[in-house]
Each structure stands twice: as C-alpha cells, then as structure tokens.
Design a binder for this molecule. Structure first.
Ligand code: 3PY
Ligand code: ZN
Length: 636
C-alpha cells in the first residue's frame, strides 16, 4: 500500500518532491526476506488450486476428507517415566543393563518410521506424528524405544514433504520426553545412499543426539565391518546408544545355503561386541528369519553373550513375522519390533496387538493392553486414509512367501511392485522378482539392504527392460552400459562385499574405470562445514542452522530445493495432510496453526476465469476475515 500511495502522489510523479533522502538512506531499500508466512501459504494453496499437487502422487486414491480423532490423553499429569529416564541417568551401559534385567518381552514401535516407510512410501508427515505424540507418551511409556527417525525419512521429509527432519525430531522430543527415540543409521552412509566424508557422519550423529535422538541402530548394507565400526564410533562419540546390527539374509536353517551361515553371523556379532556395541541387533530387513533359524541364531547369541541385550527387527512380508518374533523372544531376545496393527503386516513389521495378545499372561507378558493398542490403532487406521495417494495396498493385497526366494527387503518390495503395476505391467513384477534373484547371483550373492538392495534392484530392472538373462549378461557385459549404481558398487563406493567381487563380471563392467578399496570414506576430503554455512547463508538469508548444513552435507541439491521452496511457500508442514497433498476445494474453510497460539483462518473464495497478460491466474482468499489474492502462473 505504501508504494501504491507514493505512485499516486502527483508531486512524486512530477518529480517536484525532494527525494534526496533516498540517496542518503540506501538501507531503506535493502529489503529483508519477507517473513509473511501467511502470504506464502496462500501462494502454496493458490499454486495447488491452479496447477494441482506440488508433490508427486503415486495412486489415484484421494486423501480422505476426515480429521482423524485423537484418543484422549490425561493432560494434567506428566507422562510416566520410562527407559528414557534410566538412559539419561545411567548412560548407555546402565540402559543396556536395565533392558537385560527386564522380565517381559520389550517392544520397539516402528509406526513412526519403518511401518510407513514400508507401506506408505515414507510419506507420513510431522503434523500427523505430533497429533498422536502426547497419547504415545502417556500410554506407551513402557516401550524400549519408539523408532521415529532415520532410514528414508530424512530424505523424504526434505524432498517430498518440504519439511525439516531436524525440526520433526525436535518437536517429537518435546512432545514425548519419556520414551527413548530410535533411528536407523546406515553406518558410513548415515541417512543417505552413498558414502560420506567421516566428519560429515560424526557431525550428523552429534547433532542427532543434540536434537533428541537416543538409540542408533547402525548397519551396513554389505555387513562391511570398517563401515559399521565407523558408524558405531560416531554414535559412541556423540553419546548415543550404539545398537550395532547384523543384517540377515539367506537361511541358516538350510544346510544348502553355504555363504551366510550361523558361523558367519556369529563371527560378525563377535566383531560388533568387540567394537563396543551396547545392544546387539539382528536386522532381518526382508523377513527371512524363519522361526527355526531364529531359534538357532538368537539361541547361540544368547548363550555366548549372556549380558548383551538382543533386539530383533523383521518384516512380515511372508506372513510369518509374529511366529518368528515369538520364537526370538522364547530363545532369549530382549526386544522385538512391531508396528501398530493398522500400520503392520505385509512389508511392514508384525502387528503389535497380535504380539501383545499372544504373550498375555505369559512370563514374557509385554505389559501392554489391547485396550490401549486399540485406541492407538484407531488413530492410525484413520490417519492412513489421508495417505491414499501413497497406499501400497492398491497393488499389495496379501503377504507373499516368495520373499524367501527373492530376498527383497520390505520397503523395496513395495516399491518394485508399485513401479511395475503403475506401468500397467502387473505381470512384470513377476519378471522383476525373478531377475532380482538372478542379479543377486550375478553379483555374488550380496547382503541386500539400502543401498546394496538398490544396486541389485537397478540391475534386475535393467535386465527386464533390456530382455537380458544372466547368460546374456555374462556374455555381453563388455558391450553393455550398466546402471550407475551397479558401476559404482563395482568401483568399491559402498565398501567390500563379503566373499569378494564377482569376476570376470566386475572387470567387464568397469572397463578400466578407477576403483577404491577399503572403507570408501577414509580417503574422502572432509566436508567444509564453515564454507557451506557461509554459502547457504549468502543464498538463503541469515537463518541457516548447523542442522541445515548437516542436511546439505548429505543432500546438497535436495536441501537447496527445500530452502528455496520454504522461502517461497512458507511453513507448509503446518497444513493438514489432505490440504497439503491435494489442496482445498474452492469455497472450503479451514485453519492452520502456524505456531502455538497463532492460527490462520483461511477460506478459498474463487479463481479468476481469465489469465493476466503474462499467463497468471488470480486466486482469491479470505485470510482471517480479510480479502487477499495471489497470482499464480498457470502451467497448463
Ligand atoms: C533403510 O535403510 O531405510 C531401511 O529401512 C533398511 O532396512
Ligand atoms: Zn526394516
């Protein structure tokens, strides 16, 4: 309005006004980046109304038009104390002792991380996690931990949800002060898909602890010890609980499978114990640990390490998840992973309700009641309908025991199936699964979990797309141009696979390209945090935090896109999920709480029929009772 008034002022227009103050006070015209969050959100909403969703949607299912009801929480009292208190008081060693001394079976709840990573393409937003957090804090205080961070959530939050993963962690911490938080750390790959400079991993762990993380499940996608030890050291240094993981593949109960045997896993466990892990994890990322194998592995570990807490992770892809976790508990595991019923099963974790019910009255009784679980479950059952656009159940109707043959990890199984079906090629999924088995054999039978699973998956899709079988690959490898991830794996960028590289395939794929041996991070230049912070501050203003710089150290492009997006569209993470994903309807009224006690009332009024001369469409809103409009470039 100020500018308009000046431009309407006749003296100003005639040039008869004294404007020398402008030359004397140039600071008046150095505008700070606008802080007008409301206007930015209107820009976002306008963009959705004019051009449709700003985030890629995977299915035709619309987000349900509901506000999931949050079960009542006793607000007045502080939440009951849990293992978090023991951890804060007695440190990781004291925590491990208390876990080991606990009588019943302990549970980790994966609903906030792996469950939605496996079923809903990792799309669950902070907004919906925070709504249920007070309930979890009060009613699930007996959990060993709540897995709520790491894995793919970091990348997806920044890239697709346009929200800061660090802010997510910090706000969950405030809402749930009493339950240990757990994250998945991909060893030297941290929360990314490749190796990073060591200082980047150390800094990441330090900041994670600072923002509220407690227990770090550290794995390496090849079980490559130097990578594992690096991750473990970074966690230990930061003061976190080290939960080093053996990634499990194959079948130790099958004597014909001679590569990954009980002895292989016990030898690895020995190295992890020597390396100072506080808790030992068996990470069964594909759900291959059959009950008989579970008895062998957990039984042997329990006997060898009577004081070491054992924590088992699995996926329910085959449908045998509950049976397997019950066996783990019987054989001496202290903790198993479950997801709340409505977010469990298939490629996710086994059902919390089923585990709890199966152990009611048992000496391993979990101490949870079905009543509490049902209330938690109801929230997630409703909330899941908001994520229809990412619902794996569109294509996945049941579990499938073929996972024992193809060994595809839970999250990847859903992804590959989805990709095949969305190309209209349901039968192609069968081909991809068959090719996955062949590709794995060509690579020498790898441990398959992020990122090595991506290498095998890319290889398999390459074979299907180019109609190549294993024999063709071996014969024509010299002439073929392989997927980037396969080449980089062969170059040594993920570390060294157990049993060595497949030859002569590796040499043929590399065609003389350079290789690295040993731990990839060890020869990388340290990441320059100071320079990066300066650069980002110059580009995006003064509010760049160390957290942003850490994000940038792993995901430079994604982080810059995020910063730009937020500068343009404001705190989109505060919108309800349906509105965030697909936008409001014209005429719809809703509220957005952009900070505690500051709520915007928004009504969408109309869109202009005609475009402006430069191709923009005006969209009209009522914001807290006042008329506002935004101009949006129409992309159609
Ligand atoms: C991840 O790395 O994100 C996984 O969940 C691996 O199992
Ligand atoms: Zn998992």
């Amino acid at each position: 309005p100020f500018l308009l008034n000046v431009l309407e002022n006749q003296k100003f227009l005639n040039g008869t006004i004294d404007t020398t103050f402008i030359d004397e006070h140039p600071e008046l015209f150095q505008f700070k980046p606008s802080k007008n969050r409301a206007q930015k959100l209107l820009n976002y909403l306008g963009a959705l109304l004019v051009n449709g969703s700003l985030t890629p949607l995977a299915t035709n299912i619309k987000p349900a038009k509901i506000t999931p009801s949050v079960p009542q929480t006793p607000v007045a009292s502080p939440p009951p104390e849990g293992f978090k208190r023991i951890l804060d008081r007695d440190g990781p060693e004291g925590f491990a002792k208390a876990v080991r001394a606990h009588k019943g079976l302990l549970l980790m709840d994966t609903t906030f991380r792996d469950a939605h990573q496996s079923l809903l393409a990792t799309r669950v937003r902070t907004h919906d996690l925070l709504r249920i957090s007070p309930f979890v804090s009060h009613e699930f205080s007996k959990l060993y931990s709540l897995e709520n961070w790491g894995g793919a959530t970091f990348d997806v939050a920044l890239r697709f949800l346009h929200e800061c993963p660090w802010e997510r962690l910090d706000s969950m911490r405030k809402a749930i002060p009493n339950i240990p938080f757990q994250m998945l750390l991909r060893g030297a790959n941290a929360v990314g898909y490749t190796s990073y400079p060591d200082n980047s991993v150390y800094k990441f762990c330090e900041l994670s602890v600072q923002a509220g993380m407690d227990v770090f499940r550290v794995f390496d996608s090849l079980n490559y010890l130097p990578n594992l030890l690096l991750g473990m050291d970074a966690v230990g240094n930061a003061g976190g609980v080290i939960e080093a993981a053996i990634s499990y593949t194959g079948d130790i109960s099958d004597p014909k499978r001679t590569k990954y045997t009980l002895k292989y896993y016990l030898d690895l466990a020995e190295q992890l114990v020597k390396g100072g892990t506080h808790v030992l994890c068996i990470k069964d990322m594909a759900g291959l640990l059959k009950p008989r194998a579970a008895a062998m592995l957990v039984g042997a570990l329990r006997e060898k390490y009577p004081d070491m807490p054992i924590h088992v992770h699995t996926h329910d892809t085959s449908g045998a998840g509950v049976a397997s976790m019950l066996q783990c508990a019987r054989s001496g595991a202290d903790v198993v992973d479950v997801a709340v019923d409505s977010m469990s099963g298939m490629t996710s974790q086994p059902s919390m309700g089923a585990m709890v019910a199966c152990l009611e009255g048992d000496e391993l009784d979990t101490g949870f009641t079905l009543d509490k679980i049902s209330r938690y479950n109801a929230y997630w059952e409703q909330t899941r309908t908001l994520y229809g656009p990412f619902e794996c159940a569109v294509t996945m109707k049941s579990g499938n025991a073929d996972v024992y043959q193809n060994e595809i990890p839970g999250g990847q199984y859903t992804n590959l199936q989805f990709q095949a079906f969305s190309l209209g090629l349901g039968e192609q999924f069968e081909e991809v699964k068959a090719a996955y088995i062949e590709a794995n054999q060509l690579m020498g039978d790898l441990i398959k979990v992020t990122p090595s699973s991506k290498v095998v998956g890319d290889f398999a899709q390459f074979m299907v797309q180019n109609k190549l079988n294993a024999k063709d690959i071996l014969e024509k490898a010299d002439e073929l141009s392989f997927p980037k991830s396969v080449v980089e794996f062969m170059q040594g960028h993920l570390g060294e696979p157990y049993g060595g590289y497949p030859e002569p395939l590796r040499t043929k794929i590399l065609k003389g390209m350079p290789t690295v041996s040993g731990r990839p991070g060890q020869n990388m230049e340290p990441f320059d945090f100071v320079a990066a912070k300066e650069q980002l501050t110059q580009r995006y203003g003064v509010d760049i935090s160390d957290y942003d710089v850490s994000s940038y150290s792993m995901y430079p492009q994604v982080t810059e896109d995020y910063l730009r997006f937020r500068e343009k569209y404001g705190p989109v993470d505060k919108l309800d999920t349906r509105i965030f994903l697909t936008g409001p309807k014209v005429g719809e009224e809703f509220e957005v709480e952009i900070e505690k006690g500051k709520t915007l009332h928004i009504k969408t009024l109309a869109m202009a029929e005609d475009l402006t001369p430069n191709g923009e469409r005006e969209v009209f809103f009522e914001l807290n009772g006042q008329l506002r409009s935004v101009f949006i470039k129409d992309e159609e």
